[in-house]
Write a protein that binds this ligand. Structure first.
Ligand SMILES: Cc1cc2nc3c(=O)[nH]c(=O)nc-3n(C[C@H](O)[C@H](O)[C@H](O)COP(=O)(O)O)c2cc1C
Length: 339
């Protein structure tokens, strides 16, 4: 069955695209814990794809049996390159293409990619139209509230929809905010009231309760940073939102009541003993897909997050951060667990 935004089961719980994080090992590991999650890839360059960069092509590898639905996120600003790059992604069997119009990084903005497109709505619409022409899978956009205020959000998104965007994920901060302050979800609810396409809210969800409180009138929620080192959160959110929605079908929910009554996945914290096999599975996947040296090197940042808050022996934690081989990681985790 092809992936279609309007018919995919509600509420949608999406893993936010995160460069250097949401690669194939992370996505596969996550699907084992939370099978209902909608996956976004790391962002990939349409320029690099259009000239056949092997490194970028390698970033597109995914397991179609496990990593589904998978939305591949792209960035760039050249409609011709978008056409070529999106064709490649379509042929690889992705379920959707998402265009990054929210990244605030200096290098991205100076090339007129990411959030810079908020200031160029006509070019942004042209990129959407190019992607839509290239593929039969749906094209969506992930953006921010605006450049320096939320007033442009609705007209900007309406222009993207006219060009063919079938869903929008909105991070409740402006470009100027970068990652500071608190995400504001009110403009996202207002957007949903104005448009007919799927709208997903994003920003500062750190618990299942947050997701229940924030989903409002939206089609779904998207979670980024809080899933790093805590993929179990995604399972808790799926559970909490499903229970809440089925308790209040078609009604405006009272979120206070909902969170009191329905805790995520029975409200129990996952013990370190339960986490270890998943952490190891994540490491093994990284080693299998990227080779031992690179796989373990890239796993270090995840390992740091996995053991955050764990009061284990300091030197063991240091050893974990310096590990170069899978066996070393296994040994340290066992010692950490056994004390
Ligand atoms: C390490 C990291 C990498 C990110 N990479 C991307 C990216 O490639 N594309 C994108 O649209 N957003 C990216 N983001 C932004 C997230 O998708 C998300 O919008 C943001 O973190 C806010 O959500 P959160 O509060 O749930 O983390 C990234 C964020 C982080 C922390």
């Amino acid at each position: 069955m092809p992936f279609i935004w309007t018919t995919t089961p509600r509420p949608i719980v999406a893993l936010a695209p995160m460069a250097g994080v949401t690669d194939a090992p992370f996505r596969r590991m996550l699907k084992g814990i939370a099978p209902d999650v909608l996956l976004y890839s790391e962002f990939v360059s349409t320029n690099a794809l259009s000239f056949g960069s092997r490194k970028t092509m390698a970033m597109l590898a995914f397991d179609p049996e496990v990593e589904r639905p998978l939305i591949v996120q792209v960035f760039g600003a050249d409609p011709k390159k978008f056409l070529e790059a999106c064709r490649i992604i379509g042929q690889l069997g992705a379920d959707g293409i998402d265009i990054n119009m929210g990244c605030p990084a200096g290098k991205i903005i100076s090339s007129c990619y990411g959030a810079a497109l908020i200031q160029k709505p006509e070019l942004a619409a042209e990129l959407v139209a190019s992607a839509v022409r290239a593929v039969s899978i749906p094209v969506s956009v992930k953006t921010r509230l605006g450049w320096d205020c939320a007033e442009t959000l609705i007209p900007f998104c309406k222009r993207l929809i006219e060009a063919g965007a079938s869903a929008l994920a909105v991070h409740g901060r402006t470009y100027r905010d970068k990652f500071s302050g608190k995400a504001d979800w009110e403009p996202i609810y207002a957007l949903k009231r104005e448009v007919g396409v799927s709208v997903i809210g994003n920003g500062d969800i750190v618990s299942a309760e947050d997701a229940v409180l924030k989903i409002g009138n939206l089609d779904g929620v998207m979670v980024g940073r809080a899933a790093i080192g805590n993929p179990w959160l995604m399972r808790d959110i799926c559970y909490a939102l499903r229970v809440t929605r089925s308790s209040f079908p078609g009604k405006t929910r009272n979120p206070e009541r909902a969170t009191r009554n329905e805790r995520g996945q029975d409200g129990r914290a996952v013990s370190f003993a339960e986490k270890i096999p998943i952490i190891l599975e994540h490491c093994e996947l990284a080693v299998r897909l990227k080779g031992e040296r690179r796989g373990i090197l890239e796993m270090r940042k995840h390992l740091a997050h996995y053991i955050r808050g764990f009061d284990g022996a300091k030197e063991l934690r240091v050893r974990l951060m310096k590990a170069e081989r899978l066996e070393e990681v296994k040994g340290v985790l066992e010692k950490l667990f056994n004390g």
